[in-house]
Ligand binder design. Structure first.
Ligand SMILES: Nc1ncnc2c1ncn2[C@@H]1O[C@H](COP(=O)(O)OP(=O)(O)O)[C@@H](O)[C@H]1O
Ligand SMILES: [Mg+2]
Length: 307
């Protein structure tokens, strides 16, 4: 897990981008789940749908007909406070005074998927106004190695790199680490760097093994490695919630996936604020892939192996 001494006097508002190599690995569900889990710990979170080509957090979170979206903020026609959609929280989040607001993406934003530096600058300038009203900004930055997604990583304090145990996902995650270059370790200004999250794992052991494979290859070929933040088990509650346009963490916070996401939130708090949050135990799913990685991942980094 992540070393505490990585933290360097962080600013009050913590910015985290959520990235992946391959699409469909669970970035949006993890971004939203993590936001509501942080709210349970009393944090005020702004969740940004920055996956400009494939925005869908509004649907995932059950927001209907959002009037404005990130495009209006980027073209300067609306202010951040006008664009944010605030969720009503209940239970633990309400008791702890936590909250979540969504900056929705929108359809037809492909043309700004590769946003220029002026737009990115405008977005981050408006975020700095959140300093007094929010504790965390979580940005669902999308998949791939295109400029848009990487710019969010460069500008964030930390980047969560999501992968599944699938070999294709592992290799694409490694591709992102390679593309980020030195920024992966610097993690933007005052950063905690790059943090691995393994999603859809069948066990904690499998997740740890996936993370270790990526870390070893990264260390061997790139001279540095991302830290392992944690994992989320494969859990049907996520599919069910997606179909009902609900965030699994809100409907099933004590499901296996819910507990895993709360543990991730605990790791984030430990890393950024030095708070010691007790890890909850999660029963592993049945099955497992039993050493398949040892056989398969050997060939995954073959390209670098040759050079
Ligand atoms: N831990 C999980 N267990 C089971 N299904 C998952 C899990 N995480 C994500 N999924 C499923 O994977 C699909 C893609 O998830 P999503 O969050 O939209 O990925 P991304 O944002 O990376 O494209 C969704 O249909 C969701 O139901
Ligand atoms: Mg997504």
């Amino acid at each position: 897990m992540v070393e505490k001494d990585m933290v360097r006097t962080p600013p009050r508002l913590h910015t985290l981008s959520v990235l992946s190599g391959k699409g469909g690995v669970g970035k949006s569900n993890i971004s939203a789940g993590l936001s509501f889990a942080l709210a349970d710990f009393g944090k005020r979170v702004v969740l940004i749908d920055a996956d400009l080509g494939m925005a869908n957090l509004d649907i995932l979170c059950g927001v209907k007909n959002a009037k404005w979206n990130i495009a209006h903020l980027l073209d300067g026609s609306r202010s951040l406070s006008e664009v944010l959609v605030h969720f009503r929280v209940s239970g633990r989040a309400e008791r702890e005074n936590g909250g979540v607001a969504l900056l929705p993406g929108g359809v037809g934003l492909k043309e700004i998927a590769d946003m220029d530096d002026t737009q990115l600058g405008r977005l981050f300038a408006s975020l700095s106004a959140l300093d007094a009203t929010a504790d965390y900004v979580i940005m669902d930055a999308g998949a791939g190695i295109h400029k848009g997604a990487l710019s969010f990583a460069y500008a964030s304090e930390a980047t969560l790199l999501v992968t599944t145990p699938e070999p294709t996902s592992i290799r694409d995650a490694y591709g992102v680490i390679k593309s980020l270059g030195a920024a992966a370790w610097a993690g933007g200004v005052n950063g905690a760097g790059l943090l691995l999250v393994v999603n859809m794992a069948t066990s904690s052991r499998e997740a740890a093994e996936v993370a270790e494979r990526i870390r070893l290859a990264s260390m061997q070929f790139l001279g540095n490695a991302p830290s392992y933040l944690g994992y989320v088990l494969k859990d049907d509650v996520i599919n069910r919630s997606v179909k009902n346009c609900k965030i699994f963490y809100r409907t099933d916070p004590d499901s296996n996936a819910g507990i895993c996401v709360r543990n991730l939130a605990g790791e984030v708090l430990r890393l950024f604020e030095g708070v010691d949050v007790k890890r909850e135990t999660v029963p592993d799913s049945v099955g497992g892939m039993k050493g398949f990685l040892r056989k398969l991942t050997k060939s995954l980094f073959a390209e670098d192996e040759k050079s």
